[in-house]
Design a protein around this ligand. Structure first.
Ligand SMILES: NC(=O)c1ccc[n+]([C@@H]2O[C@H](COP(=O)([O-])OP(=O)(O)OC[C@H]3O[C@@H](n4cnc5c(N)ncnc54)[C@H](O)[C@@H]3O)[C@@H](O)[C@H]2O)c1
Length: 247
């Protein structure tokens, strides 16, 4: 699969201040894109802007009003949008359902699940008016199977995979290609400095830059509505879902 051409394109990234989002932001900018990096961590976002010259803006993906405002701003300046990378996400590590209280549950669903829904809804119009484009969602390998150790996370990541697979055909009629990238374990704040311990236990851990390279490949794909699994040392591959009985 070829990498996407980003020269002269406008790319919006959420959760861009660290980890996978920061690596993707750097990669898109290196390929000639004008990147609008967004996050809730303003200190890290401003450091990224100071270090790279990339435009940074606060965006809490869980807040639909902030999405509406951002969409209005983008409509005015730069007046186009080519790629939206919905990457922001949190993990909690709560596997005991009785410990997942209302606040924690609503927080993770709000960011990981609602944040993706709001993001697509707010930006699809400008992507279409630009003449078409791409939406890439950072889902997870946890979008594709159970994860007993993090119930809110696995629910939210299954939900976004379902949305990507379901909305893809309609978006394609508007010229917008949507896919998800589903990485295995990546050395970011999520891993919390435990890479050596994980690797000693036989779990392969990727650098965020490897996911950024994978994101370029997924964005260059002609496929839509796919969940591209990315494992360490391997290119992203569309996950083969089994057929639904009776369809
Ligand atoms: N690290 C992994 O092993 C791994 C594996 C699969 C998928 N993912 C997914 O990758 C994405 C990025 O995670 P990461 O591993 O780079 O972790 P990270 O913690 O380094 O980055 C997540 C970013 O999202 C931001 N964020 C948190 N809440 C937000 C909100 N409400 N609005 C906007 N931004 C917000 C954080 O400030 C942070 O900069 C997440 O969606 C995560 O689920 C990570």
């Amino acid at each position: 699969m070829a990498e996407v051409e980003l020269s002269g394109r406008v790319v919006l990234v959420t959760g861009a201040a660290s980890g996978i989002g920061a690596a993707c932001t750097a990669r898109y900018a290196a390929h000639g894109a004008t990147v609008i990096a967004t996050d809730v961590d303003d200190a890290a976002g401003k450091r990224l802007a100071a270090d790279t010259g990339i435009r940074y803006r606060t965006l809490d993906v869980a807040d639909p009003a902030q999405w509406a405002l951002l969409a209005e701003e983008l409509e005015a300046d730069p007046g186009r949008l080519d790629v939206v990378h919905l990457n922001a996400g949190i993990r909690q590590g709560i596997g005991d359902i009785t410990e997942l209280d209302d606040d924690a549950y609503q927080r993770i669903i709000g960011i990981n699940q609602h944040g993706v829904f709001y993001g697509i809804r707010a930006t699809v119009g400008l992507l279409e008016r630009t003449g078409g484009g791409n939406v890439l969602v950072t889902a997870s390998r946890a979008s594709l199977g159970p994860l007993a150790q993090d119930l809110g996370y696995v629910m939210s990541k299954h939900a976004v995979a379902g949305l990507v697979r379901s909305v893809a055909d309609d978006l394609r009629t508007r010229g917008v290609h949507i896919n998800a990238i589903c990485p295995a374990t990546v050395d970011t704040g999520f891993v919390g400095g435990h890479r050596a311990r994980l690797e000693a236990a036989g779990i392969e851990v990727m650098d965020p830059e490897e996911v950024a390279a994978g994101a370029m490949t997924v964005l260059g794909s002609d496929l839509v509505g796919q969940c591209f699994v990315q494992l360490a040392g391997k290119p992203p591959e569309p996950f083969k879902f089994t057929a639904v009985p009776g369809r």
